[in-house]
Write a protein that binds this ligand. Structure first.
Ligand code: ATP
Ligand code: MG
Length: 439
């Protein structure tokens, strides 16, 4: 029989504390506080979603979602540090310093409350705003592994969908009919890939079939929401694996159409992208910061270069100018799929336009590159290109070395006839000081 993730009955399998591995040590003190207070006030209070799943997998959850039968207003009445957010569906955010615990009231699922749920022509949910019971709440969740409820009353886990079995088998199974669930919300396709990469789970064959049928529906998702999802896909520390899965399931072409085309044709670009993804994952693993502008720049690099050549043939301009113009056009195309904020596209375009300047290693204009506000990112980008043979190794080495050199050494490296500005000023100052002390 096909496993469609449908609950076997409306009563959950209850796994007592002694029979599962979710320990309170893994739950943040703030989340426990919220759960206990709701419970003491007579409400049901559960942890749900990724935190329960990750705790079961020993992945040390970082954010905690609470589900309750208290309405948002009732939640607010219990906590001073509570704010209600969301218009379509109200959620309570309870703040503890920098940590926010999100509390959601049980909600009825799409198919269970047809009167109150509006769908568009493709079946996408455009409105769902009915409170429900826990028995209804499970239906709106995406994957069975995300629909496990940890009950603070006795520390048991309530499992309506065989989520625990799927976690043990490491399988991503959609609750209900996969085709319907992906049409309701095409972002679930991206979530499937993200969880498969992060958790090392296999995507259920029925989900894969439905995904392949519905990839194009991603184009209907608001571009701002896709950007949020893009960040989760590529900044969670599993970018390389996520990327492979996105490509395998033809989802990447929906997100970055121009990039996908270049990847199909250009092996060195494929190598460059892989190197960038690996680099990004190792930065995340080392606790270093990552900026989305760098990876977006990497993705748009090959299409930008190609278009720049065309623009330069049409009109007289420098290579930098043509890259800047081409990246502007590609960003504009890209915005239809993913709304990339300007605070990322502007530095990204600067980073790309600076690339030709690295080949210039003699003279005043060359040395000035070191002072450019985008030097660091542009240098990292160039270094990555040299790693895969797209930039001469000697050039990369030159720019690495000059960064550590003294002013005088630098002047020699760049073969400046007159000493650089800083040096001259210093000497003049020294001369003046000497003059005043002498008189
Ligand atoms: P992570 O925090 O690692 O991204 P998560 O599973 O907690 O994973 P969230 O986006 O935090 O993901 O959502 C919390 C829970 O809300 C999910 O586990 C799932 O049950 C439900 N959920 C979130 N997004 C959707 C969606 N698009 N469709 C259905 N259910 C969803
Ligand atoms: Mg979460």
């Amino acid at each position: 029989m096909k496993n469609s993730g449908k609950p076997k009955s409306d009563s959950p399998k209850i796994i007592p504390r002694a029979a599962h591995t979710v320990s309170r040590k893994e739950i943040s003190a703030s989340a426990l506080k919220v759960l206990y207070r709701l419970h003491k006030s007579g409400y049901q209070a559960f942890l749900v979603g990724g935190c329960v799943r990750d705790a079961l997998l020993d992945l040390h959850p970082k954010d905690f979602d609470v589900a309750t039968n208290a309405t948002p207003e009732e939640v607010r009445a219990l906590f001073d540090n509570c704010r209600l957010i969301g218009r379509r569906f109200r959620l309570a955010h309870i703040r503890f310093g920098r940590e926010i615990i999100e509390v959601a009231t049980f909600r009825a699922a799409a198919n269970h409350a047809a009167d109150d749920v509006a769908h568009d022509n493709e079946g996408r949910i455009i409105r769902d705003n009915v409170y429900g019971s826990i028995e209804e709440d499970i239906w709106r969740r995406d994957f069975t592994c995300n629909a496990l409820y940890y009950n603070i009353a006795d520390f048991s886990i309530w499992d309506y969908t065989n989520g625990l079995g799927d976690v043990e088998r490491r399988r991503l199974v959609l609750i209900g009919d996969p085709d319907v669930r992906l049409r309701e919300d095409p972002v679930r396709m991206l979530r499937a890939v993200r969880f498969a990469a992060k958790l090392d789970f296999t995507i259920d064959p029925d989900v894969i079939t439905a995904m392949h049928k519905n990839v194009e529906l991603l184009a209907n998702v608001p571009a701002a929401r896709v950007f949020d999802e893009f960040l989760k896909l590529f900044q969670g520390g599993f970018a390389e694996k996520t990327f492979k899965l996105l490509r395998e399931h033809k989802l990447f072409a929906q997100l970055f159409p121009a990039t996908d085309q270049e990847l199909n044709e250009d092996a060195s670009f494929r190598k460059f992208v892989s190197a960038a993804l690996r680099n990004s994952d190792s930065r995340v693993a080392a606790g270093k910061s990552v900026t989305p502008m760098f990876l977006i720049g990497v993705f748009l690099w090959a299409p930008t270069r190609r278009l720049a050549v065309i623009r330069r043939a049409e009109e007289k301009m420098s290579e930098s100018q043509s890259l800047s113009l081409a990246s502007y056009e590609l960003v504009a195309q890209q915005q239809r799929r993913i709304a990339i904020p300007r605070r990322f596209t502007i530095p990204m375009r600067e980073m790309l336009a600076l690339q030709p300047r690295f080949t210039l290693i003699r003279g005043k204009r060359a040395i000035k590159l070191l002072d450019h506000r985008r030097f660091r990112a542009a240098y990292d980008f160039m270094l990555l290109q040299s790693e895969v043979g797209l930039v001469d190794k000697d050039i990369a080495q030159f720019w690495t070395q000059v960064q550590d050199q003294s002013v005088v050494q630098r002047a020699q490296s760049f073969q400046l006839s007159t000493p650089p500005e800083g040096n001259r000023k210093r000497r003049r100052r020294r001369r003046r000081r000497g003059a005043s002390s002498g008189s």
